[in-house]
Design a protein. Structure first.
Length: 560
């Protein structure tokens, strides 16, 4: 009798046996690390007046201050608080403070343009918005004024907005704005709220409660709000500490300029560092020369950067002369390993696969896993997780080794998308179909092979081609727009728009890019806009073009 082939289903060990897990709510996590590391430095943040430093005890107190202010302002259990800030101490206090008060932190990208922020605020239904006044040239107060002038008529009181009907309070970090409460005045609201009440609301939070909303670009045109439970978030925070191999006596000083509104950076940089009693060295905006000076001055041991950031750091004029000798946890595959002052020999747990919907990693190998063990894979299923590979058309599980769609189920899986019934997102067995392609080998190792959908991954961020296409189509010169990802050495992919113009219309790529910059975050704006005649492309009756063919054409056009 012929033995049927094994199916592509692999499960990790039970979650309850995973070592290193602590409290499974954000308030519990913060309390546990504060009790363990109270007087250690938790945050270092360069400012005009010098470096702001908070101990773990001070991080707890600043978070309690935010929680008291939110409670005094009427925040109830499960109410959503938008946090629109760069990486700074107030961001940490706002997110942890929201959880201490029993609310849900909604992390908003500081790359957002006016239309994007409009979508994020309307979709999330936040009751409170805690924002940074200005990030580079973007004035968020001006954007809010443009979107809803009525927001500024309350003079710091309760808001009445028909555009954002749930939004009741605004508070701003940075330069004061008429009509918006200052951060100092916002915190002063909570002066009469006893700390015992915050202790009670924090203790009432359950691991199954919604903790955060992170936005992720999917294959649809607009970012989707991903609801994650406290257990899912905190499991990953503790887990990243284990994956990186950080112990309580290790000196973990983590530099990052990547926004914590990306779930990956929240989990691996913020989560692993705080779980290990380390210090977060924060930089609000990435500028290579400033980053190098900050890493040297703060004796950073654990730099967290995307590939394109490493390329900028390596090409900076001050690269070779900067003292980076404190680096310990710098992957040997990055330019850091080749720096003249670096002697570290370390491999990060980069053999991993995950999604925002699973609050980052679902499969992984720990740091310093030998090549003969990981064999170029994306790792093994983590505790509690089950991975299956299915035929993307039929949903049937494929034989072991066959290519198909990666589907995931486990304890960090999202509670759902905002505004989307969960049964339309998961399959009948409760698995999340990721839209990614890959296969499982005989040893349960997962091999990710790229997107089955058209989603573009550029510099660690997801870009929906449909979102870019919609913005392009709003321009009067554009007849047909199709955006694709073209391979790139450091970014993974770059965003390239292929456009058929209306007859007689001007073809000016820079003018079109300027149009897009008012509607899309900078990383979504195409690096290149390529013009084609209709005769160059095979269009269907609905003006559709096959993405794979167009990607090949675009790559050929851009080739040297």
């Amino acid at each position: 009798m012929t033995t049927p082939p094994a199916l592509s289903i692999a499960a990790g060990p039970p979650l309850d046996g995973e070592p290193g897990l602590g409290a499974l709510t954000l308030p519990g996590f913060l309390r546990e690390v504060t009790e363990a590391y109270a007087e250690r430095e938790a945050v270092a943040f360069p400012s005009a007046g010098g470096v702001v430093r908070w101990t773990y005890a001070e991080l707890w107190e600043r978070s309690v201050e935010v929680a008291r202010a939110l409670r005094a302002s009427g925040l109830g259990q499960g109410a959503r608080v938008g946090v629109l800030m760069t990486n700074r101490p107030e961001w940490l206090a706002a997110v942890f403070g929201t959880s201490l008060a029993g609310g849900v932190a909604v992390t908003l990208s500081t790359f957002s343009t006016a239309p994007e922020l409009d979508h994020l605020l309307q979709t999330s239904g936040v009751s409170f918005l805690l924002l940074e006044r200005q990030v580079l040239k973007t004035d968020f107060a001006a954007i809010l004024t443009e979107l809803e002038p009525a927001l500024f008529e309350a003079g710091g009181g309760t808001l009445r907005s028909t555009r954002f009907p749930f939004l009741r309070h605004l508070a701003v970090v940075g330069e004061a704005v008429p009509g918006i409460e200052t951060w100092r005045d916002f915190l002063a609201r909570g002066a009469g709220v006893p700390s015992a009440l915050i202790d009670a609301t924090a203790a009432a939070v359950r691991p199954s409660d919604t903790a955060v909303v992170f936005f992720s670009s999917g294959t649809t045109s607009l970012p989707k709000g991903v609801l994650s439970a406290h257990r899912g978030v905190t499991v990953q925070m503790w887990r990243f500490r284990r994956m990186f191999g950080f112990g309580p006596d290790d000196t973990v000083r983590c530099w990052t300029a990547n926004g914590f509104f990306w779930s990956g950076n929240f989990g691996q940089a913020l989560g692993a560092t705080l779980a290990a009693g380390g210090s977060l060295v924060l930089q609000p905006v990435f500028v290579a020369e400033e980053s190098l000076a900050l890493m040297a001055a703060e004796r950073v041991t654990f730099p967290v950067a995307w590939p394109h950031q490493w390329a900028h750091l390596e090409s900076a004029a001050t690269w070779a002369e900067t003292d980076l000798s404190a680096f310990v946890y710098a992957d040997r595959a990055t330019p850091a390993a080749k720096h003249p002052t670096v002697t570290a020999d370390w491999t990060e747990p980069g053999r991993a696969y995950g999604n925002t919907e699973t609050f980052t990693i679902s499969t992984c190998y720990p740091a310093n896993t030998p090549e003969e063990v990981h064999a170029g894979s994306s790792g093994l299923p983590l505790p509690g997780n089950t991975i299956k590979i299915v035929d993307p058309l039929t949903g049937a599980v494929v034989p072991r080794g066959d290519h198909g769609e990666i589907c995931v189920k486990g304890p960090t899986l999202m509670l759902g998308y905002l505004g989307t019934p969960l049964d339309t997102t998961l399959d009948g067995e409760g698995f999340f179909p990721t839209g990614d392609g890959g296969h499982l080998d005989e040893d349960d190792r997962l091999y990710w092979k790229g997107r089955l959908t058209d989603l573009i991954k550029t510099g660690g961020a997801n870009v929906s081609p449909l979102e870019v296409d919609e913005a392009l189509s709003a321009h009067p010169s554009v007849k047909v727009a199709k955006t694709v990802g073209v391979p790139h050495d450091t970014l993974g992919e770059i965003v390239v728009a292929c456009v058929i113009p209306h007859s007689g219309q001007e073809t000016d790529p820079e003018a079109l890019r300027a149009h897009l910059r008012t509607r899309l975050a900078a990383y979504k704006v195409p690096r290149h806009i390529l013009y084609f005649a209709e005769a160059d492309l095979s269009l269907t009756g609905s003006n559709k073009i096959k993405s794979t063919d167009l990607r090949t054409l675009a790559a050929a056009r851009l080739a040297p």
